[in-house]
Design a protein around this ligand. Structure first.
Ligand code: TMP
Length: 203
């Protein structure tokens, strides 16, 4: 089973992914936790290119190609082999992030996002948690993290609000696999919902 966590910057999805992994391991499942961009050595190198340095470094189109290249490597080297070996794979972000972030940055890019996805990735998660979060609160959290990665946080609260709307629309676009979870609550409450929903769907 392939499970992904999505949401705006500072939505708490990374914490929720980690908590779900802990619970599934306690239940005896063989679980791989990974993230995007990154997750394989090559894709982690592309991550540094994408997330460090001047926020205006790449055009939306170049960015789309780099995110897709990183995903292809991640899929070939980590995700596909782990799924084939019968493991549960949990990824902190996947293709939905490209649909929303790159699709939102430049209005007419969504078609290219979908075409590239069909050509080079061609795989959807079995279950996607979209952690919904107030954009101001998310941005404040993301900025508090520090570190050298700031690409999208650098574009400010207006963009975060548009991204949130993008994720809400995505949940409607893919209702079979996407579950919207209210992230504006205590971490444990959110984790409880995520664990219950996963149990209901796991074979
Ligand atoms: P993270 O902070 O959740 O690790 O994500 C890194 C940043 O990369 C975040 O601002 C969202 C962005 N991103 C995209 O714009 N497109 C993508 O396809 C992915 C995976 C991430």
């Amino acid at each position: 089973m392939f499970i992904t966590f999505e949401g705006i910057d500072g939505s708490g999805k990374t914490t929720q992914a980690r908590l779900l992994v802990e619970r599934l391991r306690e239940a005896g499942r063989d679980v791989v936790l990974t993230r995007e961009p990154g997750g394989s050595p090559g894709a982690e190198e592309i991550r540094a290119l994408l997330l460090e340095g001047d926020p205006e470094r790449w055009s939306a189109e170049t960015e789309l190609l780099l995110f897709t290249a990183a995903r292809r490597d991640h899929l070939e080297r980590l995700i596909a082999p782990a799924l084939a070996a019968g493991k549960v794979v949990i990824s902190d972000r996947f293709a939905d992030s490209t649909r929303v972030y790159q699709g939102t940055r430049s209005g007419d890019l969504r078609e290219s996002v979908d075409a590239l996805h069909r050509l080079m990735i061609g795989r959807e998660p079995d279950l996607t948690f979209i952690i919904d979060m107030d954009p101001e609160a998310g941005l404040a959290r993301a900025r508090n993290r520090g570190g050298g990665e700031a690409r999208f946080e650098g574009f400010g609260a207006g963009l975060q609000a548009r991204l949130r709307a993008g994720f809400l629309a995505l949940a409607k676009e893919f209702p079979d696999r996407c579950v919207l979870v209210d992230g504006n609550r205590p971490i444990e409450d959110v984790a409880e919902d995520v664990a219950r929903l996963t149990r209901e769907r796991l074979p």
